[in-house]
Design a protein. Structure first.
Length: 226
């Protein structure tokens, strides 16, 4: 199995009034390609900070992080932007669908932004993705006509429609009931199996731990268990 993400001695320090705050402390970890990894930790443990670094949204203060052997810390901002646009997908706790677009249009729009030019290819892929998340019969529904769980499933379809190598999900189940949270994690596992996508998800929900191929637990910015 190939390595998707490799982290060596990752530290992240933020300036605060009167000094600095160390959010991550000497993190070493490896995430294999095509797996579902859960970043576990309480609020303030550093898991979202680590997710942002894995997703090339932020850089470590020191240390090295590579995606498929490419060092993100030595890339230009343009190179990281292209990597995010073409090779990564993001799912957040706040779904942020475009209110004026239906489910199909929300997913298709993300494919346009990722550079998929063929209308026929976009249509076929959007339909495939929405069916995969169980919304084949809701394609023309607007966000206001869908439940929170349905909106989150549209967001997941939007994240993987352009066939990224890596999906980052930050607390995507936090506002959902236990049944829908379990369904969302099932979808992520299905994506790793069917699409070969690597998924990294943050959560503090102990009920979801069994879904991951790997669990990386953080406490006070340091890794304590994998």
């Amino acid at each position: 199995m190939s390595v998707m993400i490799e982290m060596e001695h990752i530290n992240r320090i933020f300036p605060v009034p009167g000094g600095t705050f160390q959010a991550l402390k000497d993190i070493d970890a490896q995430i294999d390609a095509g797996t579902f990894t859960i970043l576990k930790g309480r609020s303030g443990s550093g898991k979202t900070t680590l997710l942002n670094i894995i997703g090339a949204l932020d850089l470590p203060t020191s240390g090295r992080i590579c995606m498929e052997g490419k060092d993100l810390t030595t890339m230009s901002e343009y190179e990281r932007e292209e990597l995010r646009r073409k090779q990564m997908g993001y799912v957040f706790q706040a779904v942020s669908l475009i209110p004026a677009m239906n489910a199909f249009q929300n997913v298709e729009f993300s494919m346009r932004l990722s550079g998929v030019k063929s209308p026929g290819e976009r249509q076929e892929r959007v339909e495939e993705c929405l069916k995969m998340v169980g919304l084949g019969n809701r394609m023309t529904h607007m966000p206001a006509e869908m439940s929170g769980g349905e909106q989150q499933r549209v967001a997941i379809a939007r994240a993987f429609a352009h066939r990224p190598r890596l999906i980052l999900a930050d607390e995507p189940t936090a506002e959902l009931d236990s049944a829908m949270a379990a369904e969302i994690t099932r979808i992520f596992r299905e994506m790793t199996r069917k699409e070969g996508i690597t998924v990294v998800m943050t959560t503090h929900d102990v009920g979801l731990m069994g879904a991951g191929d790997q669990i990386i637990e953080l406490e006070n910015g340091g890794r304590i268990y994998s």
